[in-house]
Design a protein around this ligand. Structure first.
Ligand code: ATP
Ligand code: AMO
Length: 430
């Protein structure tokens, strides 16, 4: 019976495995075949004089990355990976691979990111790459557990919509029969409507689509957003939830992904132990303008250079709070005593923004006023505004980019590395 490679110990008498031919080395009298499955690598050692002649023949016919089935005796061997090797009784080629390979899975020859993404199925055979997706799996599992344990209801909202949520730009129009429609940029309006429905605590993990013009290492045109909305709490309440979730995710990955972390060659994996400091926007701007060459003043968005400069100063996960109302979306609640600033926040990694959120405006008339102030037409928002007329509770929420979370957690150099099949300006295939 076939077993996973990581279950084979040096004291086992025999084993059968199926996997990919990772590397073949023929040294004349002795040949080595490294066979790889999703759990690890096993050395198959073929002393040619001692094994059946058809085995030596099969070995010669195997091309790299072919699928092979091997069974035989297990022997302890200090020089082999995992301290054991298999001496075959039987080798069968299950599925022969063509050669040359478009990409060296054994990573002896480095490949450009574009080549890797063009051949993602091969790239993801590399243990260092599949480790990213094993960890991403753990991140999403920890997230769902966290929300389930805390009484949240998971919702799934429509990705085909009739209006923008985050302002009029960056929308992908789609052909939707006779109507104008778009791919949704955020579940924002729907999660707020579920507060009107009395669901109190909801979350969604789903795709968001943004027609980002620029090719950067942190923007995708299709990203995965972890979104929450909570009633009867303010921005401070949901910031605490965000901090608890992020710490929980790091802890879960640390507890359950040691093999994947090792496959990635990360020697330390630091779970954030302190609270995330809260830096007022005005102070963040002061830091940025003292450290950046370009001019930055109060009221500006925090761009990449500023983000880096402030991150360097902070050196850990942190929040930027008390933003000018003028640069936040219409749904952010202004402070009652100083409406020039609002109860919005960003949660930052020293390298980039991970999350945005706010206490929302729940008063119908104020919301209409704020929509108009942003130059948008409240008539286009009727489906969204209507629930605010029939008992909308006060509420708050945020959206956290799953890919950015994984990218920063694992120190990946490009957000595309955290996506199986990334979409950017030049890439819609595969
Ligand atoms: P010779 O031509 O002298 O007969 P050989 O075929 O016996 O050579 P070795 O000298 O045993 O080959 O090994 C060749 C290489 O393979 C060496 O680098 C050795 O360290 C390595 N090697 C030998 N046996 C194993 C094994 N069971 N597992 C891993 N590496 C091995
Ligand atoms: P925002 O637009 O800041 O907020 O998005 C929230 C988070 O989603 C991630 N993100 C992206 N990741 C990769 N590529 C992109 N193009 C991209 N765009 C966004 C980021 C970002 O911090 N409705 C609000 C959230 C809220 O207030 O609840 C919103 O969408 O990590």
């Amino acid at each position: 019976m076939r077993v996973s490679i990581n279950t084979i110990t040096p004291d086992m008498p025999s084993a059968e495995v199926i996997g990919w031919a990772h590397e073949i080395r023929d040294l004349g009298g002795l040949a080595f075949l490294l066979i790889r499955d999703r759990t690890g690598i096993l050395q198959v050692t073929i002393p040619k004089k001692k094994v059946a002649p058809e085995i030596a023949e099969t070995i010669r016919a195997i091309s790299r990355e072919s699928v092979v089935r091997v069974s035989g005796t297990i022997k302890p061997e200090g020089k082999a990976p995992g301290g054991r090797e298999l001496i075959p009784d039987k080798i069968e080629i299950v599925s022969l691979s063509a050669s040359p390979l478009p990409l060296d899975v054994a990573e002896k020859v480095p490949a450009e990111l574009d080549t890797r993404l063009d051949n993602r199925f091969l790239d993801a055979r590399r243990p260092r790459v599949s480790a990213i997706f094993k960890i991403r799996n753990a991140v999403q599992h920890a997230t769902r557990n966290f929300f389930f344990d805390n009484g949240f209801i998971e919702i799934n909202t429509s990705k085909i919509v009739a209006a923008a949520t985050e302002g009029g730009t960056e929308l992908f129009p789609i052909a939707y029969f006779e109507k104008e429609a778009f791919l949704n940029q955020s579940p924002q309006l729907y999660k707020q409507m579920m507060m009107a429905a009395g669901f109190e605590k909801v979350y969604e993990i789903g795709p968001i689509f943004r027609a980002e013009e620029h090719n950067t290492t942190k923007h995708l045109n299709e990203a995965t957003s972890i979104d929450i909305e909570v009633s009867f709490t303010d921005h401070l309440g949901v910031m605490q939830t965000l901090e608890d979730l992020v710490r929980n995710i790091y802890q879960f990955v640390d507890n359950t992904c040691s093999d994947a972390i090792a496959d990635m060659g990360l020697d330390s994996f630091a779970v954030p132990d302190k609270g995330f400091p809260r830096l007022p926007y005005a102070e963040a701007i002061e830091i940025a303008s003292s450290k950046c060459e370009e001019e930055i003043s109060y009221g500006d968005d925090i761009g990449t250079a500023a983000e880096r400069a402030i991150g360097e100063e902070m050196g850990q996960l942190y929040f930027i709070v008390d933003w000018p109302s003028s640069i936040r979306p219409y749904y952010a609640m202004p402070y009652e005593n100083d409406p020039e600033i609002c109860k919005a926040f960003d949660m930052m990694h020293p390298r980039m923004e991970l999350s945005s959120g706010a206490q929302r405006v729940h008063q119908h008339d104020l919301l209409v006023e704020q929509i108009a102030k942003k130059g948008l037409n409240p008539e286009n928002f009727e489906f969204y505004l209507n629930p605010f007329r029939f008992g909308m509770p006060p509420h708050s929420g945020w959206g956290l980019g799953a890919e950015r979370m994984v990218t920063t957690m694992l120190g990946l150099s490009n957000v595309r590395e955290a996506v199986l099949f990334p979409r950017d300006r030049h890439r819609v295939v595969p």
